[in-house]
Design a protein around this ligand. Structure first.
Ligand SMILES: *[C@@H]1O[C@H](CO)[C@@H](O)[C@H](O)[C@H]1NC(C)=O
Length: 730
């Protein structure tokens, strides 16, 4: 009897223990020190990889390479506009297969921070919002507005349900340990005031109510209400602390570099500075750092935000656009991560004691029981410092942190880079483009195929709904035979005020000139002489979008395109304002409507064979050619430097917008020390901002691949080549 009851108690106890462990093993919580997984505080190193910016065939390698660098977590945004292209129609296929991406992370043993947003910014078209959302009656984005909140809740719920049904939250045994709602909302509240605060509190409550079993974060939102954790984004987060003493100190975006804009330079961030910033954050008690980006990738198709964000989203990340390791950035960070992980036991269990070692030098000592870890920093950007710590001498280079996992021996200093530097090269391949053919985008019969007629000038996006980059604005000007301009003398001029990105002006079917805005300001004025003939002259303005805005207070209300005035000057009557005439509109190109870019649609027109040289460089021209895939497995790119501006497709898939525009910047000295800004460490001034365009290997067949491109300005397609990216270690 006695034994029996004892064993009963034992069984009950074991069951309770088992259930207890089960409960613990399936929960993510936090305290003031760290995120707690399986009952254990963790120092978590994370990297952003956005699934639509590479191909599913690349994901495994990218994530494995991130893991090899010592990362524990992959952060990704969720991109609403690719998932719900029209209301209620969802797409989770191919590059948009979010579940497959998360399961790939899981299979490699890493965690996920799922940044649902659904506003994501991300230099992504319209900040991730579907364009149809703008036309929901009564909507106002990202504020206390019922139609917006209903739509946001609907999509957030949809994603959370999808994750739950696949058991992807850590509370269900999956890899997702954190989720984000909204994105960098703090700056909005400053402008929107009480309505902004009400919306932000609603968003937090709505998210928490979805009951994911894992914590929610809000980045750059100091007022995030409990239990949501407010986190930091920036080049540095030394000065950051969470809004409650019981929340951990987290950095959701440590910017590893910066994005590029057409017409701007390439930005590089020295790894010594990045490592310094990260080590400083850990030294000051931080326990979660995410590199934005760890792999930036490519803005395929028309996904780039803007305006003017380039197709490449390389970001100077540790893994480059093509999936290759960038050195010394990658290996130096790997060594940093190893050093930090050696300190983890001390970091998670103690608050540091701070010792002043000099004017700009500090030691933070984390010590508990046997373990002791120390971080010695020198934040002087010019001078070395020799400091004494625990009766020993340590030499600290300027702007650096030394890591001592045993409080004695320096295993890593952020400024001492021992890794090799990789040189990236674009080498020729044996692939040639064969049998070039061309097709002129038809503009003579444009007016017959117009979509819409209106008095006055219309907002471009309202007409196109972003179904195309292109919108034709057409009107006419009658010229009497008595006009003086017909008898020589000064030509009349056309002035067009555009709030769009690029404009091509056609007079009677001939390109008369082009204008463009730039990444530093919205809108521009086109001004140029035009040829007018007696009778009716056709004015056709092709307004081109180069990515919709992804940031700014109520960017959904910004109008774009040719908003006027449009004026002809130099006629006998003086000035003739065309703005309030009858205008006809046509959305998109004829070639787009016929789907010329695909293997099925390509034969729907008569292509012209013959020498490209004889045909000359003309605007609004389609080109096609076939090529075989090169041998090997190096990443591939198209060299588009001989072309002007347009889009290119391979076997029907868009590799993105191309534009040979030259970089205007401030290239010069790049010092690793001192506060990093995007105005420092620029390269590529005077060169094409982007010359090479990534062609994913998985898009190619062994032979007979179809390349189609649409050229707006005129270019020499015979000089386009397929190159392979290789790295050399120096
Ligand atoms: C879009 O265009 C229509 C028709 O011109 C107009 O009535 C409507 O107000 C416009 N909507 C927006 C949001 O600009």
């Amino acid at each position: 009897m006695e034994t029996n009851s004892v064993s009963k108690v034992f069984i009950l106890l074991s069951m309770a223990l088992l259930m207890g462990t089960q409960l613990i093993s399936c929960s993510v919580t936090y305290d003031n020190k760290a995120i707690i997984i399986d009952g254990r505080r963790r120092i978590l190193l994370s990297g952003s990889i956005h699934y639509p910016r590479s191909t599913p065939e690349m994901w495994k390698d990218l994530i494995q390479t991130a893991k090899n660098a010592g990362l524990d977590v992959i952060e990704t945004y969720v991109f609403w506009n690719v998932h719900e292209p029209s209301p209620g129609n969802y797409n989770f296929e191919g590059r948009y297969d979010l579940v497959r991406f998360i399961k790939t992370v899981q299979s490699l043993g890493l965690y996920v921070n799922l940044r649902i947003g659904p506003y994501v910014c991300a230099e992504w078209n319209f900040g991730g919002f579907p364009v149809w959302l703008k036309y929901v009656p009564g909507i106002s984005f990202r504020t206390d507005n019922e139609p917006f909140k209903a739509a946001m809740q609907g999509f957030t719920q949809k994603i959370v349900q999808m994750m739950k049904s696949e058991n992807l939250f850590e509370s269900q045994g999956g890899p997702i340990i954190l989720s984000q709602i909204e994105n960098e909302y703090g700056p909005q509240i400053k402008v929107l005031g009480a309505a902004g605060t009400a919306y932000m509190n609603w968003a937090a409550k709505m998210a928490v109510g979805l009951d994911t079993g894992v914590p929610w974060v809000m980045c750059k939102e100091d007022d995030a209400p409990d239990p949501v954790i407010n986190t930091c984004n920036g080049f540095y987060c030394d000065a950051f602390s969470p809004n409650k003493a019981y929340k951990p100190k987290m950095w959701t975006e440590a910017w590893s570099g910066w994005f590029t804009e057409f017409g701007g330079p390439i930005h590089q961030r020295p790894v010594q500075d990045l490592a310094f910033a990260v080590a400083r954050f850990i030294q000051l008690g931080g326990s979660y750092v995410n590199y934005y980006m760890f792999h930036g990738g490519t803005n395929f198709g028309r996904t780039a935000g803007g305006p003017f964000i380039t197709t490449s989203y390389d970001y100077d990340a540790p893994i480059d656009e093509y999936g290759l390791i960038r050195e010394p950035k990658y290996s130096h960070l790997m060594k940093l991560h190893k050093a930090i992980k050696l300190c983890e036991p001390a970091l998670i269990s103690s608050d540091p004691s701070v010792i002043t070692l000099g004017k700009s030098q500090q030691a933070h000592v984390f010590s508990v029981g046997e373990s002791c870890a120390a971080f010695l920093s020198n934040s002087d950007s010019n001078s070395d410092a020799r400091v004494i710590f625990n009766n020993m001498h340590y030499d600290l280079p300027p702007w650096s942190v030394s890591i001592l996992p045993d409080c004695r021996n320096v295993v890593f200093n952020t400024a001492k880079v021992h890794s090799q530097t990789s040189g990236m090269q674009m080498l020729p391949t044996n692939s040639n483009f064969q049998s070039w053919e061309t097709y002129d985008e038809e503009i003579s019969s444009l007016e017959d195929s117009s979509t819409l007629t209106a008095v006055g000038l219309l907002d471009q996006i309202n007409v196109t709904r972003d179904s195309s980059d292109y919108l034709w604005y057409m009107t006419s000007v009658d010229i009497q035979s008595s006009e003086s301009i017909l008898r020589g003398g000064q030509k009349p001029t056309l002035t067009v005020q555009s709030r769009g990105n690029v404009l091509h002006v056609f007079i009677n079917g001939q390109l008369s000139g082009s204008g463009q805005g730039n990444w530093q300001k919205t809108g521009f004025t086109f001004n140029g002489p035009i040829n007018l003939l007696p009778g009716t002259n056709m004015i056709a303005l092709l307004s081109v979008a180069v990515g919709l805005p992804n940031i700014g207070v109520h960017f959904e209300t910004w109008e774009t395109g040719v908003l006027g005035p449009v004026v002809v000057k130099g006629l006998d009557q003086g000035k003739r304002d065309l703005s309030w005439q009858k205008w006809t509109y046509k959305v998109g190109l004829k070639g787009e409507a016929m789907n010329l870019v695909s293997s099925d649609g390509v034969s729907s027109v008569e292509w012209i064979q013959g020498s490209l040289v004889d045909q000359g460089q003309q605007p609004l021209k389609w080109y096609k050619a076939y090529f075989d895939a090169p041998e090997g497995d190096e990443p591939l790119a198209l060299d588009m430097k001989s072309m002007g501006k347009g889009q290119a497709w391979i076997n029907g898939q868009s590799i993105g917008r191309y534009w040979t525009v030259y970089a205007n910047g401030n290239c010069g000295v790049c010092k690793y020390s001192g506060i990093f800004k995007t105005s420092t460490c620029q390269i590529g001034c005077g060169e094409a901002t982007q010359q090479w365009y990534h062609v994913p290997r998985s898009w190619l067949k062994p032979t007979q691949n179809l390349l189609v491109l649409f050229e707006e300005l005129g270019g020499d397609a015979s000089k386009i080549s397929l190159v392979k990216r290789t790295t050399t270690r120096v």
